[in-house]
Design a protein around this ligand. Structure first.
Ligand SMILES: CCCCCCCC/C=C\CCCCCCCC(=O)SCCNC(=O)CCNC(=O)[C@H](O)C(C)(C)COP(=O)(O)OP(=O)(O)OC[C@H]1O[C@@H](n2cnc3c(N)ncnc32)[C@H](O)[C@@H]1OP(=O)(O)O
Length: 209
């Protein structure tokens, strides 16, 4: 997979830089998972203010530790660590890719407490994030040139639960010149449809951001 991520000709990249998979050390995955748990706790903890004061002190210390290492886009392992859930990016859902080829992409995972919307269900805004990231991977796995999302449509068919193993799978539906039309479905492990979506991804022209 890492080969596929970096060997495209310039005319297929628009203004995008070459994207290479990261070779992060073993502690990076542990750090990301600890940060995800911290995100879960940050949105769920009901602690006394003196506990939040201690937590703020420690969070500020952590910021001081990492600040000198802030790097330009494409340099940090986050987003490029393809072996980690969500490719090691806290922005992405912590899901694992289990199929990645020209026929489509499938990924599996759970929504966590951090992703709570209301009454036990995933926030409506995190589903398009999951779909959009999958659509980007589908375009890439299908060998299509670097493209951006022109539109993304999600149908919410059933309430999407937290902490329940789910599967998202999609593929290219059809191609018209620069336009790649994609479809995907989010189900639980028994195949019950929770949401489906479709998108138009448009190939970038040379130099297009
Ligand atoms: C997430 C990926 C993770 C992958 C990881 C795996 C490894 C992969 C590794 C590396 C891959 C990296 C992949 C990066 C991917 C990044 C994705 C994003 O960033 S999505 C950010 C949000 N989207 C934008 O910010 C776009 C903003 N919009 C634009 O830039 C333009 O509007 C753009 C490029 C989409 C089109 O603009 P124009 O000027 O080039 O082209 P015009 O002429 O407007 O459209 C071309 C055709 O598309 C239709 N079209 C355009 N927008 C449409 C729309 N909204 N609805 C319907 N048709 C539309 C038009 O009608 C036209 O069709 P006719 O050729 O005439 O048939």
């Amino acid at each position: 997979m890492s080969e596929q991520l970096s060997d495209e000709a310039d005319e297929h990249r628009g203004g995008f830089p070459v994207w290479t998979a990261s070779t992060a050390g073993p502690d990076f995955g542990r750090f990301v998972e600890a940060m995800r748990t911290l995100q879960d706790l940050a949105v769920s903890a009901d602690a006394p203010d003196d506990v939040f004061a201690l937590a703020a002190d420690q969070a500020e210390k952590l910021n001081e530790l990492l600040a000198p290492y802030k790097a330009a886009e494409g340099k940090a392992p986050a987003g490029r660590a393809i072996e980690l859930p969500g490719r090691g990016s806290l922005l992405m859902l912590p899901w694992r890719i289990e199929k990645f080829d020209a026929e489509g992409v499938r990924s599996r995972g759970v929504f966590r407490r951090y992703h709570l919307g209301g009454n036990g269900a995933a926030h409506g805004g995190v589903l398009p994030l999951l779909f959009d990231d999958l659509f980007g991977m589908i375009v890439h796995a299908a060998g299509r040139p670097i493209s951006r999302t022109a539109y993304l449509h999600v149908n919410y068919r059933k309430v999407t639960p937290l902490e329940v193993p789910l599967v998202i799978e999609g593929a290219v539906d059809h191609v018209e010149g620069r336009k790649t039309f994609i479809k995907a479905r989010l189900t639980d492990e028994s195949g019950t449809l929770l949401a489906d979506g479709d998108a138009l991804m448009v190939q970038l022209l040379p130099g297009q951001p």
